[in-house]
Structures are given as C-alpha cells and as structure tokens.
Design a protein around this ligand. Sequence first.
Ligand code: CAA
Length: 240
Amino acid sequence: MGRVAIVTGGTRGIGRAICEALAANGLTVVANYAGNDEKARAFTDETGIPAYKWDVGDHEAAIEGCRQVEQDVGPIEVLVNNAGITRDGTLLKMSFEDWSEVLRINLGGCFNMAKACFPGMKERGWGRIVNIGSINGQAGQYGQVNYAAAKSGIHGFTKALAQEGARFGVTVNAIAPGYIDTEMVAAVPEAVLEKIVARVPVGRLGQAEEIARGVAFLVAEDAGFVTGSTLSINGGQHMY
Ligand code: CAA
C-alpha cells in the first residue's frame, strides 16, 4: 500500500485528475468533497477511490474528517488542498457573504486541513502539502477581489508553512493554475472567457491533467528539496 494522500474537492475537475494521477503513481488516495453526492458516487464507482464528505471551511468538520480517514485508511502523508469556490462579481456588487464564503472555504480550508494533517507529518518526519492557488491570486482579476485575495493568501500561507515544515521533512508548495477546462471556468461568461483565452500564449485552456502532473512532481519521494515554491501552469498567460 502506498502513502496515503488526501485531495480536497477531489471528486470533480482538477481534484479528480489529481486523485487519478496520484493513484496511478501507487499512492493510496482518498478524496474529500463538500456538496455533490451524485458526482461523488459516480467518481468512486469509476475510480475505486473513496470519497469522504465534509466542508473544508468548517474547522471541526475538517479535523474530525481527517481523523476518520486516518482511522479507516492510515496516516495522511500527502495533503492536496484543492477545494475552492468562486463567487465572482465586482466589489460594488459583491455581498459580504460572497467575500467571506470564498475566504472561509478557499483559504480557511487550507488552514483547517493543515491543522489536521501537519502534526502527524511532523511527528513521522515526512510529509507533502500542495496548495492549489491561482494565476488570479498572482495577477488579480477583474470581478474577483474575494477569490484573488484568498488565492494570494494561499501563496503566502504556502511560503510560511514551508519554513515551519522544512526541518521535519515536510515540504509545502503551491501550484498556480491558469484557466483550466473545468466547470468553474465554464461558468465564466463566454464573451469574457474568449477575451481571456486570446491572451494565453499557448492559445487554449489548460487540461486538469496538466495540473495533476505538477502535483505528482511535487509530492514525489525525490522532491524533498523543493519547498516553498509556486509552480505556475498557465500556458504562459502570466510570467514572473
Ligand atoms: N478590465 C477593465 N474593465 C473591465 C474588465 C476588465 N478585465 N472586465 C469588464 N470590464 C468592464 C466592462 O467593460 C464593463 O464596462 P462598461 O459598463 O463601461 O461597458 C464593466 O466593467 C462591467 O463589466 P461586466 O458587464 O462584465 O460586469 P458584470 O457585473 O456583468 O460582470 C463579472 C462582472 C461577473 C466579474 C464578469 O465580468 C466575469 O464573470 N468576469 C470573469 C471573472 C473571471 O475571470 N473569473 C474566473 C473564474 S475561474 C477561476 O477563478 C479559476 C482560476 O483560478 C483561473
């Protein structure tokens, strides 16, 4: 049995591709999801990967959920914080709820899951944490003050926790995806999305598997010297 990996928001989109890539590499993978039971059941039927339901933004639920996973499957050695939502709108139209829900789930979820998993990793002297940020956390995006703030926060969170984990063999890295062909991006109005894709040098949306490939690299046994880094996978849309 390979090392146990948990992928939040793992039953759909980028998360599903990450689950499948890690399982193909011999890890024992568990997915977490928050809402869509039907999609989660289909995911487990198709992949054989178990799916556990809790809201990563709920601190107690995340702690208890990880405890259950560890009891059922074994100590979590790889954590992929992928779960995230959008509630796009210009600041003028954005409600406080749209702001706080995105912060609570996208950024708070990383904290809650790390609180659950990091102590065991430290204790055992080995761990891998990969946080899924975003190009929009690096560059900002019109209509996303909430999402850009949360994702930018993830990049800071990554660099801070990387410093805390380094001497215990726990690496902490981020991936900053560009626009990937998922339901989340499909929800962007067509005319807006066309303009965005026109600015991608590679000339297309990314595929979820192209993000999963980056995660597989960062969690590998021999990736122990890579920590605190951000891997941008965005078709050249934002370079720095
Ligand atoms: N820069 C400057 N001005 C802009 C602009 C931009 N990028 N985009 C729109 N505007 C202007 C418009 O031209 C318009 O001006 P006028 O009224 O003078 O014509 C004004 O702002 C209002 O624009 P909208 O009509 O678009 O406003 P809206 O309220 O209907 O919609 C919005 C706003 C919901 C933010 C919509 O523009 C939108 O969905 N944008 C896409 C946001 C986005 O990229 N989300 C990414 C989701 S996927 C994801 O987040 C994954 C990931 O990590 C990459």
